[in-house]
Ligand binder design. Structure first.
Ligand code: PSV
Ligand code: MN
Length: 424
């Protein structure tokens, strides 16, 4: 369901005076506010098709009701999100959780909601009903060539489905690995995986990219065959110029310096983009910016500085996606919070006085370096993000409006208390 435009206008009018006051104060203090507003207004974050429903753990799943029952309803939800925040104009599909049965109709629907199709994701970490061979002991790494072939063919099919929708990249995340020492010959697993990825790479259209996502552990707990950024980069380098490393913020060992990883991948021209989320312990898939917003800001600092150094387009040259799971929050509210956190971190990174930071770095003035970074991080730039949103026709306070319009209640009425969205 989309809201009538007049509801958004009324909502904005009621809050406009306060907003203008806060905006004026920022404009008064900083010379670059207009530039930041324009850059934030252009920035889009893709919403994963698998995160519109309630997530769960192996201990249970507590549905909040009104979950989308089909790909069309998921797109309806993202259409609403995008109407409210104007920054969620893309969807990332996970196949076979969401197979577009009628690609032309799905494309038409996406156009109506103003959505693009971001990277498509393959799935060889679960066995599907009726599947011939099992992925219990891996997919692209498997010792049995037939299993590898099945997994390769699935990835090629996903590319073909993506082509029909206008996607330009496939993200491959493998759960392949081993649970016990001795189970796997590491070199053999790497070589088989590389060979399989090579076949998928050959099937990429000329204007497509392949994103290789790494993860330190889970579901395998002794080794992962794409376990860290070094291994991913090794695959990507060997595969060729269309292969890149995808960073999911939850896929590192505790305390990893993700911003440094990002800086070096960017330097090498091998950073694909992100699966944004936040975590305290592992792959917690929590709301972006809910646990460690400073880390998110430091990542954006490296991104802005690194992309500028390579003359990259902030909006189109990397893949910006959320990969989160919502166990206790309303998925749409959670996604609104995540998108807002990403935009705030981006805006703050744009505010950093880069020449001054460079100067302080050259002078080994460590104190000043910290002051410069934290001056930007501690400035409340939410009014700039809100201004970008309303200039694009969105709501000043998307979350408030979502609640005051009782949108979840309407969705429950329409879809029922017990509807279950596909995904994890
Ligand atoms: C794996 O943990 C992962 O991050 C991959 O991106 C999967 O595609 C996704 O989560 C599944 O929820
Ligand atoms: Mn991910």
């Amino acid at each position: 369901m989309l809201l009538n435009g007049s509801i958004i206008e009324k909502h904005n009018e009621q809050r406009m005076r306060r907003h203008q006051l806060k905006l004026a104060s920022l404009k008064d203090e900083f010379s670059q506010t207009e530039q930041i507003i324009q850059q934030v207004a252009a920035f889009q974050v893709a919403i994963p098709s698998w995160a519109l429903g309630t997530g769960g753990t192996r201990f249970g799943r507590f549905s909040g009701g009104g979950e989308p029952r089909s790909l069309e309803e998921k797109m309806e939800d993202i259409g609403l999100l995008h109407q409210l925040n104007r920054s969620s104009g893309a969807i990332s599909l996970h196949i076979p959780w969401d197979i577009p049965q009628d690609p032309a109709a799905i494309r038409q629907l996406a156009q109506e909601y103003g959505l693009k199709f971001d990277a498509v994701n393959s799935n060889t970490f679960q066995d599907q009903p009726g599947q011939t061979l099992s992925y219990k002991f891996g997919s692209l790494q498997h010792v049995d060539k037939n299993v590898r072939k099945q997994a390769i063919n699935h990835n090629i099919q996903v590319i073909q489905q993506g082509v029909e929708l206008g996607s330009k990249a496939i993200t491959v995340w493998l759960s392949d690995g081993s649970c016990f020492p001795g189970q796997l010959n590491f070199r053999g697993a790497f070589e088989r995986t590389l060979e399989s990825l090579g076949e998928i790479y050959q099937a990429l259209p000329s204007d497509w990219k392949i994103f290789i996502e790494y993860k330190a552990f889970e579901p395998n707990f002794y080794s992962m065959t794409v376990g860290d950024w070094g291994q991913s980069l090794l695959y990507a380098s060997k595969l060729g110029p269309k292969a890149y490393t995808l960073v999911d913020l939850g896929h590192h060992l505790p305390n990893a310096n993700i911003e440094q990883i990002v800086a070096l991948l960017l330097m090498e021209g091998k950073l694909a983009g992100f699966h944004f989320n936040d975590s305290k312990y592992g792959d917690d898939d929590l709301t972006v910016g809910s646990i460690n917003p400073y880390q998110l800001f430091l990542i954006f600092n490296e991104l802005v500085e690194g992309m500028n150094a390579r003359n990259m387009n902030h909006v189109t040259d990397l893949g910006w996606m959320i990969d989160a799971s919502h166990n206790v929050k309303d998925p749409l509210e959670d996604l609104m919070q995540s998108v807002e956190a990403i935009l705030v971190a981006y805006a703050q990174a744009l505010l950093i006085d880069t020449p001054a930071l460079k100067e302080a770095q050259e002078a080994n003035d460590v104190v000043r370096c910290q002051e410069i970074l934290q001056a930007a991080f501690r400035t409340d730039l939410r009014p700039l993000v809100a201004e970008a949103r309303i200039r694009n026709g969105g709501a000043l306070e998307p979350l408030e409006l979502f609640r005051s319009e009782a949108i979840r209640t309407s969705l429950i009425k329409k879809r029922g208390e017990k509807s279950v969205a596909t995904g994890l």
